[in-house]
Design a protein around this ligand. Structure first.
Ligand SMILES: Nc1ncnc2c1ncn2[C@@H]1O[C@H](COP(=O)(O)OP(=O)(O)OP(=O)(O)O)[C@@H](O)[C@H]1O
Ligand SMILES: [Mg+2]
Length: 349
């Protein structure tokens, strides 16, 4: 189908929308982008909690951004979606997908009937009894997805697809020619961190962690008895600097380092777990993105923790930006585009 499509990202206290033209083609173009702040209570960890507030916000966002389509792709990427390795006999993909409900109950914390299941093949291997496929099982809790679909529909929009946020990110950052080889992407949000390892752009491993830049704010709030806004300001002001920070900020500095250390340790454990399951595989490079990666000194700290080269992607490779895009909106929240754009870029509808 021709026309444009909007990728919708429910962030922490913010909804972002990116309208893309020629999503499935060689040269996609961002034609419109807008974001809108919403109360943190309305959406929690990407899940709509207050449908009325969210659908009203979406209507406002559509008029602010002057989006020309109502077709949207929704993202999922919180603790209510599970991604696991799954090896199955090689068959056509639709057959594999059909067989999932009978194969995966043991892997799920909920009844199969309460989950939406999908499968992404990674590689085919020869085994004794024939060919097997290694791949990723994605299981999303129906209830969580439906809450978002309903809120979006109530705003008069048509959700045409739902996709995994880490896949959107890998499309945005790992599909380009300079992301050849085995590259890990660490996308640090406010309350979630996505880790994706891709080989020549094909995701091999995905984890969604319940950590993010917001943990630093919480640590500061409790250590200094301040509110969330003050904590966020102090965090951005100090970053991971130790030198040239006045002595009276020592407690803040320690709190920032301790909670960032926890986050980086969790990323390191996640990648070690993956590498242990794939002997012989080596991660060549790491890319770090998301608002949480803007903490001063974070890319270097991640490089130290992982002992790997760490880079920061500057833009979405291959995505043209049309003159119709409100650059003020884009610059206002520079970490905001990749999820929304990556969701739209994957659209097959
Ligand atoms: N300059 C900065 N220095 C330090 N931290 C920053 C900076 N800019 C943004 N952040 C932090 O980044 C986080 C927000 O990142 P991002 O916008 O990617 O998250 P989100 O998409 O809203 O949330 P999530 O993906 O977790 O649902 C917040 O914790 C914010 O404090
Ligand atoms: Mg996010």
């Amino acid at each position: 189908m021709s026309g444009t499509i909007v990728g919708l990202d429910f962030g922490h206290g913010v909804i972002r929308a990116a309208e893309i033209q020629d999503a499935g083609k060689a040269r996609p173009t961002l034609v419109r982008y807008a974001s809108l702040r919403v109360p943190a209570t309305a959406v929690q960890r990407g899940e709509v909690i207050e449908p009325g507030t969210v659908s009203a916000a979406l209507k406002q966002l559509w008029s602010r951004g002057r989006f020309k389509t109502k077709r949207v792709v929704l993202g999922m990427g919180n603790q209510r979606v599970l991604v696991r390795d799954l090896t199955v006999p090689n068959q056509p993909l639709n057959r594999i997908r059909e067989s999932l409900p009978f194969q995966v109950q043991d892997l799920l914390p909920v009844p199969v009937a309460d989950a939406i299941l999908d499968y992404y093949p990674v590689s085919v291997v020869k085994a004794d009894g024939g060919e097997m496929v290694n791949g990723l099982l994605v299981a999303a809790m129906k209830e969580a997805v439906l809450a978002n679909v309903d809120a979006v529909s109530a705003a008069g929009l048509s959700p045409v697809e739902v996709d995994l946020i880490p896949f959107a990110l890998s499309r945005a950052f790992l599909a380009s020619a300079d992301a050849r080889g085995v590259v890990a992407l660490v996308h640090i949000g406010a309350v979630t961190t996505s880790v994706v390892v891709a080989n020549d752009g094909v995701p091999q491993f995905v984890r969604i962690m319940q950590n993010g830049g917001g943990d630093v704010d919480l640590a500061l709030q409790s250590r200094l008895s301040i509110d969330a806004e003050q904590a966020d300001r102090i965090k951005r002001g100090i970053g991971l600097a130790r030198e040239q920070v006045p002595a009276e900020w020592a407690v803040a500095v320690e709190a920032i380092h301790a909670s960032t250390g926890d986050l980086l340790g969790a990323v390191r454990n996640t990648l070690s777990y993956f590498l242990n399951s794939r002997p012989g595989l080596r991660i060549e490079r790491v890319l770090v993105s998301g608002g949480g990666a803007q903490l001063g000194g974070l890319p270097n700290a991640l490089a130290d923790a992982l002992r790997l080269p760490v880079g920061v992607p500057k833009s979405i490779e291959g995505l043209a930006i049309a003159r119709t895009v409100d650059t003020e909106q884009l610059n206002d929240d520079p970490a905001g585009l990749p999820v929304a754009a990556g969701l739209a870029l994957g659209s097959r509808a």
